[in-house]
Structures are given as structure tokens and as C-alpha cells.
Write a protein that binds this ligand. Structure first.
Ligand code: NDP
Length: 316
């Protein structure tokens, strides 16, 4: 039989949004319980140097920052748990959530801070080498090191792709960037940086047909120019994908209003309210525009304050 636990505030997800919500909720005596999710610390744990978070004049690594945020949340006695929520029922006044360890949580307020995950092309060969751990990755900062002195390919034309291509160019002998249109989506400054890096070759109008490899891992990429129809094989041992993210909101879709991509819709702009009273959202799960650690932290603070006000209005 599952264990039932009553909590005032359940926080789902442990990126900057979740930890900031935890710090505020804990200091407001809401005794928050946090389930960290599949990737404790969130996307920042796959980031190297964070130079744009105010308060760190010399920069900080993503993992280091998340350790500090966790310590700060625990200092005020947030109950931080390693595990994830598998199912929710937001149909009643009390919000029911089930954790992977079998715990059934009855929460007066829920803060969703589940973030977003990397997207892949969806090719069978890509998935095969991804699962094998044999050369496909969506995080250059995490895995680039394995391809030092080798040739890599990166797909995408946004800021992430540019940032990752540039990162790889410092480790790899050559980086081939596959841009599906004839232009970048990235900001001018980021695009220019890759255009001016000698060991990055940019192939425009180019799509991936197949990730090539053997039983050891990736050996190349078969690509096709959409203008000429010409197919080319690019030798590489690492195939990186940087084509955007998908919000981690599937388990909420029966109760929470989502947009066509899956981002949670705010019930009231300028707040953290969702369409379900007592359920709030913070961070990338609802943000397709800014997606920064500092904006996630800001909305985490908003969610905790909104949750506190919701409880106060109910006389708690
Ligand atoms: P974006 O959604 O901005 O870009 C995704 C890119 O992937 C686009 O160029 C898109 O191509 C391409 N793409 C999508 N699907 C495919 C596919 N199936 N095959 C090939 N290419 C594909 O995502 P990012 O992750 O780059 O950025 C997300 C947000 O984070 C942005 O707002 C960005 O500005 C921000 N960011 C900022 C950074 C910074 O300032 N330091 C660093 C990283 C991100 P197309 O253009 O043809 O649609």
C-alpha cells in the first residue's frame, strides 16, 4: 500500500526555479517538499561556465551553482528528495501527486518547475547511437571532452548550437555545423562567432539523412543539401544535436492548460498562476522566450509568493 503524506507545498523539479521557490517557501514556513526529478539540478548541471547570473563577478560553473542553491534551500529545511513525480490528479482541492518511490502526496499547493529537455532529430540511427552511448549527444559541454582531437558534427542554428559549436571547436580538430535553412536563427553576435572560427565549417540548406556508424559508435553523418539534392558523407566520431528543447509537462496535460508545444500557459500574465487554483508554475516549463537561469529563479520566487498568498487567503 502506498504511503500518504500531507504537505503544504510540493515543488516538482530542481533547477534554479525550483530551488528559488524552495528558499522562499521554506522561509515563509510552508515546509516545502521537493522532488528533484530525473536530472537533479536541471539543465544548468550540463552547463560549463555561467557568467551572466548576477552576484558572480568571476562566473561560476553550472553544477557548482546548483550545489549552492541546494545548500541554501536545505539551510531553511526544505525536504529535498531524490526521485520524481510520475502521476498527478489535480481534480480536487487537494492536489494528489504520486512519486516513483510509491509515496502519495496530498499537497495544498504545488509548484511545477520541471523545466525542459533537449530535442533530437528522431532518426532511428541517431537514437541507436544515443542509447548505445556511442557518439550522439545533446550536450557538448557534457560530452565534448570525449571527442578531443577528433572531428564532430553539430546540428542546429540557434544560440545553443552556436555556443556548443564554439565550445567544440576548442576541443576538436574540425566541427561541421549543419544548418537546415540558408540562415542562422541565432543572434548576430553568436552567428558571427562561429562564422569567424577557422575550424568550424558551416553547411547551409543541409539536413541529416542518417547517422553512420559501426558497433563501436558513430563514424560519420550522411547529409543532403536541400537545394541541390546532393548527398555527402561527413566523417565524425561525435554527432551533436542542438535543436531546441521540449518542456517537461506531459504528466500535467490532463489538468493544466498547455500551448501547442507543451509549455504551461499562465492563467494570468505577470503571475505564476495556472488554470488550477493552488498549482503554480516557474521556470522553463512555462517559458519559451527567455529560458535563463535568472528568469527561472525570478519566476520561482513569484510562484512561492503566489502559493503563500493562496494559502493565506484560505486561512492557513
Ligand atoms: P532555438 O529554438 O532558438 O533554435 C533551434 C534551432 O534548431 C533552429 O535554428 C532550428 O532551425 C533548428 N532545428 C530545429 N529542428 C531542427 C531539425 N529537425 N533539424 C535541423 N535543425 C533543426 O533553440 P536554442 O536551444 O538554440 O535556444 C533556445 C533559447 O535560448 C533561445 O531564445 C536562445 O536565444 C536562448 N539561448 C541563449 C544563449 C545565450 O544568449 N548565451 C545560449 C543558448 C540559448 P530553424 O532556424 O530552421 O527553425
Amino acid at each position: 500500500m502506498s504511503k500518504v503524506e500531507n504537505v503544504k507545498c510540493l515543488i516538482i523539479g530542481s533547477g534554479p526555479a525550483g530551488y528559488t521557490a524552495a528558499i522562499y517557501a521554506a522561509r515563509a514556513d510552508m515546509h516545502p517538499v521537493m522532488y528533484q526529478g530525473m536530472q537533479p539540478g536541471g539543465q544548468l548541471t550540463t552547463t560549463n561556465e555561467v557568467e551572466n547570473f548576477p552576484g558572480y563577478p568571476d562566473g561560476v560553473t553550472g553544477p557548482e551553482m546548483m550545489i549552492q542553491l541546494e545548500a541554501q534551500a536545505k539551510r531553511f529545511e526544505t525536504d529535498v528528495r531524490f526521485g520524481f513525480i510520475t502521476k498527478v490528479d489535480f481534480s480536487g482541492d487537494i492536489h494528489k501527486c504520486w512519486a516513483d518511490d510509491g509515496t502519495e502526496i496530498h499537497a495544498e499547493t504545488v509548484i511545477i518547475s520541471t523545466g525542459a529537455s533537449a530535442k533530437y532529430l528522431g532518426l532511428e540511427s541517431e537514437q541507436k547511437y544515443l542509447e548505445m552511448g556511442g557518439g550522439v549527444s545533446a550536450c557538448a559541454v557534457c560530452d565534448g571532452f570525449f571527442y578531443r582531437g577528433q572531428e564532430t558534427v553539430i546540428v542546429g542554428a540557434g544560440d545553443s548550437a552556436c555556443e556548443e559549436a564554439h565550445y567544440l571547436s576548442k576541443l576538436c580538430t574540425k566541427v561541421t555545423m549543419l544548418v537546415r535553412k540558408n540562415e542562422f536563427r541565432a543572434s548576430k553576435i553568436m552567428a558571427e562567432r562561429v562564422q569567424n572560427t577557422p575550424n568550424i565549417e558551416i553547411l547551409y540548406n543541409t539536413n541529416t539523412v542518417e547517422v553512420l556508424g559501426d558497433d563501436q559508435g558513430v563514424t560519420g553523418a550522411l547529409v543532403k543539401n536541400s537545394e541541390t539534392g546532393v548527398e555527402t558523407t561527413i566523417p565524425c566520431t561525435g554527432f551533436f544535436v542542438a535543436i531546441g528543447h521540449k518542456p517537461n509537462t506531459d504528466i500535467f496535460k490532463d489538468y493544466i492548460n498547455l500551448d501547442e508545444v507543451g509549455y504551461i500557459k499562465y492563467e494570468k500574465p505577470g503571475t505564476s498562476l495556472t488554470n488550477v487554483p493552488g498549482v503554480f508554475v516557474a521556470g522553463d516549463a512555462a517559458d519559451k522566450t527567455y529560458r535563463q537561469a535568472i528568469t527561472a529563479a525570478g519566476t520561482g520566487c513569484m510562484a512561492a509568493l503566489d502559493a503563500e498568498r493562496y494559502l493565506a487567503a484560505k486561512g492557513h
